[in-house]
Each structure stands twice: as structure tokens, then as C-alpha cells.
Design a protein around this ligand. Structure first.
Ligand SMILES: C[S@@+](CC[C@H](N)C(=O)[O-])C[C@H]1O[C@@H](n2cnc3c(N)ncnc32)[C@H](O)[C@@H]1O
Length: 227
């Protein structure tokens, strides 16, 4: 995606997000990027799954700014749970855009800046140990053509652009691919609570839960794979 289509914006919790002018869509909720990531992916994904297994395999659709990955690395250390994190991105943002994001000044912790730099600077397609509790691999590809491993993931961070902006991300072929990559008891979480998404997830025999959304958003979805 050409860089001039993407602008940095402030969201209501003071954290940055990106605005994609071509899609007229932001990368996070304008009510608060960090707040949304913590609620949807950390609390309702990682916290929910904590205790089921000692090592958690996470897959994120849409690496974007790296905010979700950074918060997952923070969570892994705080909870002393080992995370192996795989993410995919079709349109990486530029180094200049990365350097302007304010996440490392808002998320407190000794290693936050170092981890954020590492997440963005390591080569694509290589597994890298970021900390004693966090291994990370980012793949530069489109999910539409990418093959995912079968029954690997405990938690899915489904963070595509909204269905009215990028409908193909929410259709059955992608959702089925994601479903097949989930382990039994695995949890799929997303900020979206659209009726069609819930029907699609139910048709895959997932246990679909509608949960309170982050501040400013009524609902979100978690869908759990039956054992
Ligand atoms: C809502 S944003 C994700 C925000 C990101 N998780 C973050 O924390 O900044 C959606 C992301 O999906 C990426 N994307 C769009 N189409 C894609 C595709 N076909 N395959 C993989 N990633 C895609 C976009 O470039 C964007 O980074």
C-alpha cells in the first residue's frame, strides 16, 4: 500500500493508530488503540486461555503497527507463560511510520522499546526469540493465498479491517482456514460482532460468545473450538 495513503492519528486514549485513506479505515478503534488491544486480544484472548496450557501458540491476522504483538510479549513476561507468536502482513508499514508510533512511551516496562524495535526489524519468515517468554515470526504474505499449519494455534487474534471495508477477509474460505489452524479449545477473538460473522463461525461448529466490547464499542466476539 503506498505510504501516502497512510497517516498517523491519535486515538482517544492518547495512543496512535494509522488511518488508511484509500479504505477510509483506521487500524484500531478511534476510542483508544491500546485500550482496544488490551481488551479484545489480551484480556479476552490471552487471559481467557491462560492456564489451559503452559505454552501458548498465537496467530495474528494483520501485524500492522505491531501493537498486538508488543502487548502479547508484555503479557508473556508478566504471566511467565511462553508464547510462540506467528503473524501475517500483506502490506507492511514503512520504517518511518514505525518510528513515529508512540506505543513504547505509553506501555511501561524495561524491554518495551527493545522488543518493539526487534518485532519490526527482524527479517520476515524467520522465527526469532524476542525474550525468555516470547518467540516471534512474521510472514510477508496475503492470508488469501497463505497455507496455515493444522491444529497449531491456541489463540487467534483476528484483526482484519472491518467487513464493510475488506469483506473478503471475513468470508468462509478464510474463516475455514483459520478454524483448521486452531487446536481444540482454541479461542478466536475479534473486535467485530457482526451477525453474519457470528453465523459463519457457528456454521464451523465454534462456540460463539458475544462479549462486552472495549470502551466505545458495545460488543466483540470470542469463538471457541470444541474438543
Ligand atoms: C486492522 S489492521 C491490523 C492492526 C494490527 N493488528 C495492529 O496491531 O496494528 C489490518 C491489517 O491487516 C493487513 N492486511 C490487509 N489485507 C491483508 C491480507 N490479505 N493478508 C494479510 N494481512 C492483510 C493490513 O495491512 C493491516 O495491517
Amino acid at each position: 500500500m503506498p505510504e501516502d495513503n497512510i497517516k498517523i492519528i491519535f486515538t482517544e486514549d492518547g495512543s496512535h493508530s494509522l488511518y488508511n485513506a484509500k479504505l477510509n479505515e483506521t487500524y484500531h478503534s478511534f476510542h483508544g488503540a491500546i485500550q482496544e488491544s488490551r481488551h479484545v486480544f489480551v484480556k479476552n484472548g490471552l487471559d481467557y486461555h491462560n492456564g489451559v496450557k503452559e505454552n501458548v501458540n498465537v496467530f495474528e491476522l494483520g501485524f500492522g503497527t505491531g501493537l498486538n504483538a508488543l502487548l502479547a510479549a508484555e503479557w508473556a513476561l508478566q504471566n511467565e507463560v511462553y508464547i510462540t507468536y506467528d503473524t501475517i502482513e500483506a502490506y507492511p508499514i514503512s520504517e518511518k511510520q514505525v518510528s513515529m508510533l508512540n506505543y513504547t512511551s505509553l506501555i511501561k516496562g524495561n524491554n518495551i522499546q527493545e522488543w518493539f524495535d526487534t518485532l519490526h526489524k527482524i527479517p520476515w519468515n524467520e522465527l526469532h526469540k524476542v525474550s525468555n517468554f516470547f518467540s516471534f515470526k512474521k510472514v510477508h504474505d496475503s492470508i488469501t493465498q497463505h497455507t496455515l499449519p493444522l491444529e497449531k494455534y491456541d489463540v487467534i487474534f483476528f484483526d482484519a479491517f472491518a467487513p464493510n471495508k475488506q469483506s473478503e477477509m471475513w468470508e468462509m474460505d478464510i474463516l475455514t482456514k483459520i478454524y483448521d489452524s486452531m487446536r481444540p479449545e482454541g479461542a478466536f477473538v475479534t473486535y467485530c460482532a457482526q451477525g453474519q460473522l457470528k453465523r459463519n463461525l457457528k456454521s464451523l461448529n465454534l462456540d460463539v460468545q458475544t462479549l462486552p466490547g472495549p470502551p466505545g464499542k458495545k460488543e466483540m466476539v470470542r469463538a471457541v473450538k470444541n474438543t
